[in-house]
Design a protein around this ligand. Structure first.
Ligand code: GTP
Ligand code: MG
Length: 427
């Protein structure tokens, strides 16, 4: 029987946050369902500041307890991360097991991990999460029974002291390094075949695997759940004009991805780091796609793939009104984006042609210093190249952009106009 959950999203009015409490709460519902929980209720409330003692404050905790009792809930899920002591205090106040968003995501990963590498990576992330939270004699570790938030590297394995956890972490890192070496050798072999490597990236549930299957005929699992895919799959993709490339599908990203997971899954994302081109799949039907786009870019830059060449692919076009699609590909949004539906197959031939063009016309990352009087050149770089960095300096705007040789020579020729005024000899 699945566990019943009450979800709690406190809103501390953080100004720098990318998303509002309602979006955060909606995503927590999706995450909870993906973890196999039955969501009985979701509480969202404003609060001036986090309470150091139990994060949401005693009064709110009482309200949560009332909901827990009304619905006979087994677990409370907090949208914000808890410290070890906040978690214990809150559990005392609400009367049931309490977990935070990071634990929930770790739990989904633990449920889904199939490959040996995936399992080791999840265990590593879980132990790294647990380690600083071990207070005194492992209250956290003494929990028994299955269910979300208690699944883990195995309860017996957790019944050990910090030192043993540390040595387990060291061991896991070693084993993973071995697997990673093999993975790198695999990538090197692909390189020898001299086929470009194209990696599909994007927010979880954007339709990456479905697109991958539609393009390559592979049978990667597709699910309307978050984090359906945890492993990387690579296939050869035939393109128009007899070109061939490697295409890979991999784990999806999410806003505020727990950094332990990013660290642990670096090896799985190795294909992404070595890719010649990223296909950034976006669910065009989501109203908050701008935020998701920024989240993906931020994870990519955390990984060190922030400057990769990228084509945005607006997927699920069958669900999106054509007016909205036209806005998305308007001049001030993503004019270079491809519109597709992995479900109906619309746009896939165009996408393949585009991939063939991109890999047939190699671009390099170059730097340009555009004087303030020549900003039209910056516009050209934005339009025809791909600008990945911008910095205002005293001498003008410094842009880092992917350009092919043709665009590069156009920009450079206009940047350094030959002096028209003849040099006068000094008398
Ligand atoms: N209507 C529609 N649904 C789609 C389309 N592409 C994917 N989906 C659905 O969206 C859901 C997620 O698809 P996946 O391919 O598993 O998404 P993903 O990006 O691989 O997700 P993760 O592996 O969880 O990161 C599934 O229910 C798909 O059937 C599309 O073009 N149109
Ligand atoms: Mg997938």
């Amino acid at each position: 029987m699945s566990e019943r959950a009450i979800l709690v999203t406190p809103d501390f009015g953080e100004r720098e946050r990318l998303w509002g409490a309602e979006d955060a709460a909606a995503e927590l519902v999706e995450l909870s369902r993906s973890a196999g929980l039955e969501v009985e209720g979701s509480l969202v409330f404003r609060q001036r500041a986090p309470s150091p003692n139990c994060l949401i404050g005693k009064g709110k905790a009482e309200e949560v307890r009332a909901s827990v009792e009304r619905f006979g809930a087994d677990v409370v899920v907090l949208q914000k991360d808890l410290t070890g002591s906040q978690q214990r205090n809150l559990e005392d106040l609400v009367g049931v097991k309490t977990i935070d968003r990071t634990q929930l995501i770790l739990d989904i990963f633990a449920q889904r991990a199939r490959s040996q590498e995936g399992k080791l990576q999840v265990e590593l992330a879980q132990l790294n999460y647990l380690l600083p939270r071990l207070a005194g004699k492992g209250v956290l570790l003494s929990r028994l029974g299955g269910g979300v938030g208690t699944r883990g590297p195995g309860e017996q394995k957790l019944e050990v002291d910090r030192r043993r956890i540390r040595s387990r972490i060291a061991r896991l890192k070693q084993d993973l390094a071995g697997l990673q070496a093999r993975r790198l050798a695999g990538i090197a072999r692909k390189r020898q075949q001299e086929l470009p490597l194209i990696a599909i990236v994007g927010y979880t549930n954007a339709g990456k695997s479905r697109l991958f299957n539609a393009l390559t005929g592979a049978g990667v699992e597709v699910k309307d759940k978050l984090f359906a895919t945890l492993d990387t799959t690579t296939r050869v993709l035939e393109l128009p004009g007899n070109a061939r490339v490697f295409l890979s599908d991999t784990v999806g990203f999410i806003s505020d991805l727990p950094h332990h997971l990013v660290e642990a899954f670096k090896a799985t994302l190795e294909e992404t780091l070595h890719a010649d081109l990223l296909l950034h799949v976006i669910d065009s039907s989501r109203p908050d796609l701008q935020r998701l786009d920024l989240s993906v870019l931020s994870v990519l830059s955390d990984l060190g793939a922030g400057a990769h060449r990228m084509v945005r692919v607006l997927n699920k076009a069958d669900l999106t009104p054509s007016g909205a699609l036209a806005d998305l590909t308007g001049p001030d949004r993503w004019p270079e984006a491809e519109i597709v539906s992995a479900l109906t197959g619309a746009g896939l031939e165009r996408l393949k042609t585009r991939i063939a063009q991109e890999v047939g016309r190699p671009r390099r990352l170059r730097e340009y210093l555009i004087p303030s009087g020549q900003l039209r050149l910056a516009g050209l770089l934005y339009k025809e190249g791909q600008v990945v960095g911008r910095e205002e300096t005293a001498r003008g705007t410094r842009l880092q952009a992917w350009t092919d040789d043709r665009l590069d020579s156009i920009v450079r020729s206009r940047l350094d106009p030959p002096r028209t005024a003849p040099q006068r000899d000094t008398p």
